[in-house]
Write a protein that binds this ligand. Sequence first.
Ligand SMILES: NC(=O)c1ccc[n+]([C@@H]2O[C@H](COP(=O)([O-])OP(=O)(O)OC[C@H]3O[C@@H](n4cnc5c(N)ncnc54)[C@H](OP(=O)(O)O)[C@@H]3O)[C@@H](O)[C@H]2O)c1
Length: 271
Amino acid sequence: MTDQPRIALNDGNSMPQLGYGVFLVPPPETKRLVADAIDVGYQAVDTATFYRNEAEVGAAVRESGKTIFVTTKLFNEDQGYDRALQAFDASYKALGLETIDLYLIHWPKPALDLYAESWKALVRLRDEGRVKTIGVSNFTMVQLERIIHDTGVVPAVNQIELHPYFQQVELRAYHDESNIVTTSWSPLGRGGVLDDPVIAGIARKHGKTPAQVIIRWHIDNGLTVIPKSSSRARQAENLDVFDFSLDADDIHAIAGLDRADGRIGPDPDFL
Ligand SMILES: NC(=O)c1ccc[n+]([C@@H]2O[C@H](COP(=O)([O-])OP(=O)(O)OC[C@H]3O[C@@H](n4cnc5c(N)ncnc54)[C@H](OP(=O)(O)O)[C@@H]3O)[C@@H](O)[C@H]2O)c1
């Protein structure tokens, strides 16, 4: 396999462009699947307190003996300044790793109106060197602007739903202007984009699978991407995307798949 690309972050760190996501990976299977993912070559794992598998992720990473970029997230019920600090400690303990590479606020939950206070806690964690990089997830432009205005600290990452049916063109442009890296969650549309005939045609042309074409699309767009799979063979398939790239026709055709109603997850303004 060719070298895997890394993306520079606004705090001087960098992260692997492709990682393994473990939402809905059941805790009893997580350790084995993360070990498989590391074994087939993944250099990053994306978990969250909400997924209830941080301990298993940490065990697999520790036992691998490899340097793996680990992301975890503050869940909604832990928002607020003091609670966020406590929740971080619990995640740190559960993971059992020397460092957490990236800590994100999982959802803004505007109805709680605690995300600005939570962000201040993450800034403190970073300033104290307890986490390398801080960011957010599912934040809108308005919410990003508020926390940047309050603290002067620009999140390094905003992890958002993003796939060919929901391309988030406007928010990505704002991220680019603001030096925020975009991570695509549900990058395969939770499997829903895999049967698309346009994707199938591009896959045939390149001798790759639909999943590989979609993952390559995220990579070619400068996004970081965290597909989930519960099979070692599909984990390896999803990582085998560095021997081809999409041409202008492919990029044009995939741009045409964006849909106004393409969102599959919750709308962050109303969750
Ligand atoms: N920040 C957030 O709010 C948020 C929300 C959702 C997700 N996420 C993160 O994003 C990660 C990925 O999102 P996701 O799990 O929702 O969806 P996804 O990665 O878009 O899709 C996963 C689905 O695609 C299937 N799949 C994967 N590779 C395949 C392949 N090569 N061929 C055929 N089918 C394949 C998987 O089945 P098998 O498992 O059977 O292979 C699974 O059903 C999560 O694990 C999590 O880390 C974050």
